[in-house]
Design a protein around this ligand. Structure first.
Ligand code: ZN
Length: 356
């Protein structure tokens, strides 16, 4: 299937949505994207698996990276796409093929941007990180992601969402001693002791750090609890899994140190962690983007792939036409006027005079 990058953004979104691309099955869409981009003489195109990178090389001092994932969550009887009024329905319309369509339109129609631009269309964002195309590029071919500022065109409802919060998961263990429940005083009940862990969580007051002018909102919550041996045994262990969502004023190491301090006296084991990303809005390219896009700016509270750019030292924001609360739903849709609006704002950024 061929994509016409010069058709309007709404039609292009529908065409992309109709090329099924559930995670790990993005080849057909990646082929179509690659073919359409290779037809544009002002772009250098690279392909890595089902991830496609296209760049202008005009020798500008600054380079902007626009990125979007090609994959979707599994279908739910929601293909092919259909238009109803101002809405385009279908799997991936909001998350995030409308953002991909905008990036492709910009790639095709702005041969001479005022900053060099790298367009990244990558695979496997919706599944385990080990398959993530952006992660693989960052590790294996970081030169392809080089840039001064990145915009990840995930659904944000047209708002600019700066940076992202980090996440840390730990297992906090309360210890006890087994005994027959008929003689419970001979043992020590670990589930009862775990009440102290829950007390800490209940009393926790989330801080709201301000980073680069944006207010984040931390969270410390129990997400699992396990314990118990048998119906007549005093349990000797109870494990509470705690998820800490932390703002970009902390590194994962600092987040770990903080959580260990909160649960001092208990055994704490880290099972998963991902760093936060600073919004970096003080960078001139980022500031120019905020000015050109002229859209509200808020902190991103969830974890997104902007953190992968942050790890490469590239400030990044999320900005896209989709409505995030519709992502992954059966009735997912995107408002067609918002696609055109996002494209117009991005266009004014890419052709704006760069700060010297
Ligand atoms: Zn997404």
């Amino acid at each position: 299937m061929q994509l016409d990058l010069f058709s309007d953004a709404a039609d292009l979104t529908a065409a992309i949505v109709d090329i099924e691309s559930v995670s790990r099955d993005e080849k057909a869409l990646a082929d179509a994207v690659e073919e359409a981009l290779r037809a544009l003489p002002h772009l250098t195109v690279d392909r890595d698996g089902n991830t496609v990178v296209a760049r202008t090389d005009l020798g500008h001092a600054e380079r902007v990276v626009l990125a979007g994932h090609l994959d979707t969550v599994p279908l739910n009887g929601n293909l092919p796409s259909r238009v109803e009024g101002d809405r385009l329905y279908g799997c991936g319309t909001t998350d995030m093929k409308s953002g991909v369509a905008v990036a492709l339109r910009l790639a095709a129609t702005i041969p001479a941007p005022t900053r060099d631009v790298t367009y990244v269309f990558y695979e496997c964002e919706e599944i385990e990180a080990e398959h993530n195309g952006l992660k693989r590029l960052a590790a294996g071919r970081p030169e392809l992601l080089r840039g001064d500022f990145a915009v990840l065109m995930e659904p944000t409802g047209g708002q600019i969402e700066g940076g992202c919060q980090g996440t840390l998961r730990v297992e906090v263990t309360a210890k006890g001693e087994r005994a027959h429940s008929a003689r419970s005083w001979m043992g020590s009940n670990a589930i009862h002791t775990a009440g102290q862990i829950l007390d800490v969580l209940r009393a926790y007051e989330p801080s709201r750090p301000v980073v680069d002018g944006l207010e984040y909102h931390e969270g410390l919550n129990a997400v699992f609890i396990r314990g118990g041996v048998a119906g007549n045994v005093i349990p000797d262990e109870c494990v509470v899994t705690v998820n800490y969502r932390f703002a970009p004023d902390k590194s994962p190491a600092e987040a770990e140190e903080y959580v260990r301090g909160v649960f001092a006296g208990f055994h704490v084991e880290v099972t998963d962690s991902a760093s936060a990303a600073r919004p970096g809005l003080t960078h001139p390219a980022a500031a120019a983007f905020v000015k050109a896009a002229d859209a509200p700016v808020r902190a991103k509270l969830g974890w997104t792939d902007v953190a992968r750019f942050d790890e490469l030292g590239i400030p990044a924001v999320n900005y896209g036409p989709g409505e995030p609360t519709l992502a992954h739903t059966k009735d997912e849709y995107v408002e067609l006027p918002l696609i055109a609006d996002c494209e117009r704002r991005m266009r004014s950024f890419l052709i704006a005079t760069p700060a010297v």
